[in-house]
Design a binder for this molecule. Structure first.
Ligand code: MN
Length: 331
């Protein structure tokens, strides 16, 4: 605890001395990293520090529709010009996709177990639900006067990363910080509308098509759903986030694991696994040449769909009866 407190104080000290900082986060950024970056940039600005957010990958839906998303630049941080670079939720530099950071003073802020402690100052606290909690604590340490906009961003990040306070990372500290953020002007209803009631009609139609493929094994613990390319084509959709479709299938009582078959090309499927409790997605995905985390993993399967959709769940049903090693971090 002593160490962690020191990290945030060290960060606050260097932060205050900076004139121009760069903020970046991981490849395929998510709600936590995007909203935390925006809040941190606003916090810097309130102290008269110029802050640029530069990510390698594009901002995903729905965050791309946030009014101040134009603050986020896509590309590489130039090798000179900043007093320091803050990396959010990056286990190492390569996770950021940034190539020019070697000479920079780096600050590493993360809330995941696996982190390489690669920066000049590292602040990693896996007991926090979202990196947004750490950004809020940094703000308190810096004596920031939080605006409703900053509070909204941090609240949105926590709701996003806890799946609306439903995932295993939801804890009392997360609620404590959300309580403070709401007092500072964050709007829970605005965030819920933005995160969860913001779907296009095509997305909901796609959900219907994919859920109509639902098959459950006799035992009732494995659900399979499939997204064929023709579904996307018929709705004129390209890339779309389908995590919530999996969540619906996983909500069926008794289901331990969901297999989401996505047709990539003829006879090639990307199979995403999402599991509950002790069913280890990564252990199973590894048997099929893939990998991932305890409750989220994936692999690629080649062959005729009619055969795959029978063989794969049957193999997994057998695997689930064996005790699989559980040394995977829950993320
Ligand atoms: Mn996060």
């Amino acid at each position: 605890m002593e160490m962690k407190k020191k990290s945030v104080e060290n960060i606050a000290e260097v932060f205050k001395k900076s004139k121009r900082i760069a903020i970046t986060s991981h490849l395929r950024p998510d709600g936590d990293s995007i909203c935390s970056s925006l809040a941190l940039a606003l916090m810097a600005k309130s102290l008269g520090i110029e802050a640029e957010i530069i990510n390698k990958d594009n901002t995903p839906f729905p965050f791309i529709n946030m009014p101040d998303v134009k603050r986020i630049k896509i590309g590489q941080i130039s090798p000179q010009g900043f007093d320091m670079v803050i990396l959010l939720e990056c286990a190492n530099v390569s996770r950021s996709g940034q190539k020019n950071l070697d000479a920079y003073f780096k600050i590493n802020i993360d809330h995941h177990h696996s982190n390489d402690y690669y920066a000049d100052i590292n602040w990693v606290d896996p007991h926090r639900s979202a990196v947004a909690e750490l950004i809020f604590i940094l703000g308190e340490t810096l004596g920031i006067r939080f605006t409703p906009q900053m509070a909204d961003h941090l609240y949105c990040a926590i709701v996003s990363d806890t799946g609306s306070f439903q995932f295993s990372n939801t804890n009392a500290k997360a609620f404590e910080i959300c309580h403070k953020l709401i007092l500072l002007g964050a709007s829970p209803i605005k965030t819920s509308e933005f995160l969860f009631n913001n779907n296009s009609p095509e997305k909901i139609k796609l959900l219907g098509l994919v859920l109509s493929t639902l098959v459950i094994n006799k035992k009732g613990n494995i659900a399979s759903i499939t997204m064929f390319k023709k579904f996307l084509e018929s709705l004129n959709l390209k890339e779309i986030d389908t995590e919530d479709i999996t969540t619906l299938a996983r909500s069926i009582s008794g289901i331990e694991i969901v297999l989401f078959f996505k047709e990539m090309q003829k006879d090639t499927f990307r199979v995403s696994l999402r599991s509950k409790g002790n069913a280890c997605s990564a252990c199973i995905a590894e048997r099929f040449g893939g990998g991932g985390h305890m409750n989220a993993a994936g692999f690629t399967a080649k062959g005729k769909y009619e055969i795959l959709k029978k063989e794969i769940p049957a193999k997994i049903e057998k695997l689930l009866t064996k005790p699989l090693h559980l040394n995977y971090s829950k993320e």
